[in-house]
Design a protein around this ligand. Structure first.
Ligand SMILES: [Zn+2]
Length: 428
């Protein structure tokens, strides 16, 4: 995980100076002492005390959210998540902010780095253990030799810190396979559809059908449909990027990153469904449904969400991304802006499929899919049917049916993009 790697690097830079037992915040004539506490073996400061010293307020929101509202700007953070947000900039933290005894504790990095670098108006003087306000219009005055500049982030992290919409090359999964696409010059005019074939490699996805020897393997069907979908969209003038074109495992969170790094306009993940219980009753389940990203509301939505998120267990080493905190923040702060579009896209695809799928139409659903969480664009997950049901498994395995589904989904994507274009255009 690149994010963790960066956090560790920043950590070692920030922690190279000895940790004082308290720091002084000097703000004109005001001098406030802020104790440095060791919690869980790491230096931290109490958020309320630090914020008060900086003449700001600590806002406690819902769902473990906090905002440091300072005169120079705001930083948003979440208890237990090692990332903070300053406007659209995601700031990797050396450790998560944590609540102990009803108080929010911030990593010491807030003093040495986050406040000076991302909020501004202060410099941290490490030898003096002093966080000192200065007039940004006469910054030259503080350029004393005693002042240690805030630790610079390694160059490779710049894209994460300053441009969250562009992901560094190294963040991409090892084998994203772009389909042939037009020259970069035409990028602005052509839409890019990111197609994600669910599962792959050791992660087979669901296998079925129930009650017969297993012959239906989700990862193969999703790839086959995804390739057909790509072919139709390309034929219709779209740029297409597939997260995988072979039987390989791509980490769930990398799928969204691949989409982001290439500035996708929509993200479509293709999957096959299976009932929660492997029983004769379960074998009868069938139909298609389309998900967009939001909290799962029903038991059934939670079942599908847990099933598709299971893929995480196949991800090891560099691809491991369990509970990826950055994605959590993205879910919370960035994906929200695409919620409406994602829901529209889901509706368009789901309604379209009625024409080609024997059904039943199980409707548009919402769930918190890891694969959708990392995407900064309208994103949906299509469950094209139950591979656990014998007749539906047969239907989904048929090449002509796969082509029909692919054509149908492609038409919906085109309709959605056209609709979206006209709406955005109308606002200009
Ligand atoms: Zn799946």
């Amino acid at each position: 995980m690149i994010a963790l790697f960066l956090a560790l690097q920043i950590g070692s830079a920030a922690m190279s100076a000895p940790i004082p037992t308290f720091i002084v915040v000097r703000n004109g004539g005001n001098v406030t002492s802020v104790p440095v506490t060791i919690t869980g073996g790491e230096a931290t400061v109490r958020a309320d005390v630090l914020v008060r010293a900086l003449k700001g307020i600590l806002i406690t929101g819902t769902n473990l959210h906090y905002t440091l509202a300072l005169p120079q700007g705001r930083v948003d953070l979440i208890d237990g998540i090692p990332f903070a947000k300053r406007d659209t900039v995601t700031i990797p933290l050396t450790r998560s902010p944590q609540v102990h005894g009803g108080q929010l504790y911030l990593p010491f990095q807030f003093v040495t780095d986050v406040i000076p670098r991302y909020i501004g108006g202060y410099v941290y003087d490490s030898p003096q253990a002093e966080l000192r306000a200065f007039d940004p219009n006469s910054a030259g005055r503080v350029a004393s030799s005693a002042i240690t500049p805030a630790p610079r982030q390694p160059a490779s992290s710049t894209a994460v810190a300053s441009a969250p919409r562009s992901v560094p090359e190294s963040v991409k999964a090892p084998t994203p396979t772009p389909a042939p696409r037009a020259a970069t010059a035409s990028r602005r005019t052509r839409k890019l559809v990111v197609i994600d074939a669910g599962h792959g490699g050791p992660d087979t996805g669901m296998r079925g059908p129930i009650g017969t020897p297993i012959w239906f393997v989700e990862k193969d069907v999703t790839l086959s449909v995804a390739k057909k979908l790509a072919a139709v969209l390309e034929a219709r003038g779209m740029d297409v990027l597939m997260t995988r074109t072979t039987d390989t495992l791509i980490a769930l969170y990398d799928r969204g990153r691949i989409a982001n790094a290439n500035h996708g306009d929509v993200f479509i993940s293709i999957h096959c469904n299976a009932p929660g219980s492997n029983t004769a009753a379960g074998a009868r389940e069938r139909g298609f449904e389309t998900y967009f990203l939001a909290e799962a509301k029903t038991e059934d939505e939670r079942r599908v969400q847990d099933m598709e998120n299971e893929s995480v267990k196949f991800e090891t080493g560099a691809n491991a991304a369990k509970g990826d905190p950055l994605s959590f923040i993205i879910t919370d702060m960035a994906q929200n802006e695409h919620l409406r579009e994602s829901s529209d896209l889901a509706e368009t695809i789901q309604t379209g499929m009625i024409d080609v799928h024997p059904g039943p139409n199980r409707g548009v659903q919402q769930a918190n899919f890891a694969v959708l969480r990392g995407s900064y664009m309208p994103a949906v997950l299509v469950e094209i049917g139950f591979g656990s049901n014998q007749s539906e498994a047969a239907f989904l395995s048929d090449q002509a049916n796969q082509r029909a589904l692919a054509r149908n989904i492609a038409e919906s994507v085109l309709a959605y993009l056209g609709h979206y274009e006209s709406r955005v255009g109308a606002q200009r």
